[in-house]
Design a binder for this molecule. Structure first.
Ligand code: HEC
Length: 113
């Protein structure tokens, strides 16, 4: 029980850390991404491109930061992430996370928002 509470609080706290992302700014900054991931981020143009709508912001920040730094290697996404600033990444993550899609993610923290 205490563990469950601790996990819930940790998830809540980690989401607060991304409150810095601006959804409206993210909506406009993510326009070029729609060419592959789909305008709704739920309808990618091919099966090898992931659905992103509703993905956790912290996951998106991590993925984009890792493409940018080269820690995660993919030539297509490295090119996409190269031009993004840390703030761009936060904004895009906040926007994409706010979208609904077919991706199944645990949204425990929504209980406290
Ligand atoms: C030319 C097509 C293309 C464009 C444009 C594009 N992506 Fe991608 N994206 C991909 C592909 C292909 C992958 C899978 C790469 C891999 O296997 O790591 C991917 C993966 C990702 C992932 C990792 C998803 C996961 O589940 O780990 C994120 C996040 C992402 N893209 C965000 C973006 C954002 C944000 C933009 C715009 C700045 C963007 N993409 C533009 C093709 C594209």
């Amino acid at each position: 029980m205490k563990t469950a509470l601790l996990i819930a609080l940790t998830i809540f706290a980690s989401q607060l850390a991304y409150a810095g992302g601006d959804r409206a700014a993210g909506a406009s900054k993510s326009k070029p991404c729609a060419a592959c991931h789909g305008a709704d981020f739920n309808t990618p143009i091919s099966a090898d491109i992931p659905r992103l709508a509703g993905q956790h912001a912290d996951y998106l920040v991590r993925a984009l930061s890792d493409y940018k730094s080269g820690t995660r290697k993919n030539p297509v996404m490295a090119g996409q992430a190269a031009a993004l600033s840390a703030q761009d990444i936060q904004d895009i993550a906040a926007y994409v996370y706010s979208l609904s899609g077919d991706l199944k993610v645990i949204r425990l923290h929504r209980l406290v928002h």
